[in-house]
Ligand binder design. Structure first.
Ligand code: AKB
Length: 333
């Protein structure tokens, strides 16, 4: 049995995940039931012009409350976040957006009696002490990044709001997300997207992690499926609520490069690790997601080969057109 999401708001709708989640929800539930909210203003962006769209800074609790109230929102997806690499460059910003932002969403949702809040956690909650292979949901959490710290706190806050106030909070720990529609910004796992762009545009990519770096990853269609499935799942069957691992595939940076090279034979690459290596090293290789599979039927579809084929096909189409792709490293620019 799945639950109806009612009127939906996606906060952080201009980002890598938020933009595709909004598109899926608009298709599935109808544009009149989905409100997108973020800070981007470009009218050429589909997210801004393709349905209800509101300018929102998640740090502004008054504005957030007014918008949820105005639209009579039943389900909130909170995708607003500063990712791991950018968060190490600006820990205060990461704390504000991730911590204060999440608190604002939960508190306002409680005040307005919103039905359900879905907010992603991340593999960044883990630190190097955990078993690196098939890491379970329930382990000692001591992250090494500000982003990870805020994600652990977000899981605990969500659990607190569920237990204390009965607010229906649902959180999944996403791995690195690979996608071609909206470029990611400021994550450690961004190399797994940038490699595709550079393979097609320059024929060469310099990975910022070592060749043996292995991380859990997921293709965007599976990520959207996970977020929508956990949101629609029968709440009565969810025991953990705020700390579900969701696995899909895992591969080393070298395996990714070789998989791309199978489709783009002239592609060359090298490895030049920077400060992000330490973050990648503190995260697991793979996840035990058996609880998500049991409790809400989690089942990914894309493996590395299917992901690489689909990414290259779609990205080649996108880059051929007159699409303005910004390949700047958002952390260093
Ligand atoms: C990041 O690299 O910071 C994110 C994440 C793993 O949550 N993609």
């Amino acid at each position: 049995m799945t639950e109806d999401l009612g009127k939906i708001m996606v906060i952080g709708a201009c980002g890598q995940i938020g933009s595709e989640l909004t598109e899926t929800l608009r298709d599935k539930y109808g544009g009149e039931r989905v409100v997108a909210a973020d800070k981007c203003t470009d009218p050429d962006r589909e997210i801004v012009s393709g349905g209800a769209y509101e300018i929102l800074d998640v740090m502004n609790r008054g504005d957030l409350k007014a918008l949820l109230d105005k639209y009579g929102v039943d389900t909130v997806f909170n995708l607003a976040a500063i990712l791991s690499a950018k968060g190490e460059r600006d820990p205060q910003l990461a704390f504000n957006v991730n911590m204060v932002g999440t608190y604002n969403v939960l508190e306002v949702s409680r005040e307005l009696d919103v039905d359900r809040v879905v907010t992603p956690s991340s593999i960044a909650v883990f630190g190097p002490e955990v078993p690196p292979k098939e890491t379970p949901d329930q382990v000692y959490l001591r992250p090494r990044s500000m982003y990870g710290v805020t994600k652990v706190a977000g899981e605990l806050l969500g659990y607190y709001y569920w237990k204390k106030y009965g607010l229906d909070v649902r959180e999944i720990r996403l791995p690195g997300i690979i996608s071609y529609k909206t470029y990611p910004g400021g994550g450690t796992t961004d190399y797994a997207v940038a490699a595709f762009y550079d393979a097609l545009k320059k024929g060469h990519y310099e990975f910022f992690v070592e060749e043996g770096t292995r991380l859990p990853m997921m293709y965007m269609p599976d990520c959207i499926k996970a977020l929508v499935s956990i949101a629609e799942a029968d709440g009565g069957g969810l025991t953990e609520r705020t700390n579900y691992n969701v696995g899909s595939m895992n591969f080393s940076a070298l395996e990714l490069a070789e998989a791309i090279q199978k489709f783009v034979p002239e592609f060359t690459y090298d490895f030049s690790p920077d400060y992000r290596q330490e973050l990648a090293d503190s995260w697991p290789d793979s996840l035990d997601d058996s609880l998500a599979r049991e409790e809400w039927g989690w089942q990914p579809e894309y493996d590395l080969r299917a992901t690489v084929g689909d990414m290259l096909e779609n990205l080649a189409r996108k880059l051929d057109g007159d699409v303005n792709v910004d390949l700047k490293d958002p952390v260093h620019s």
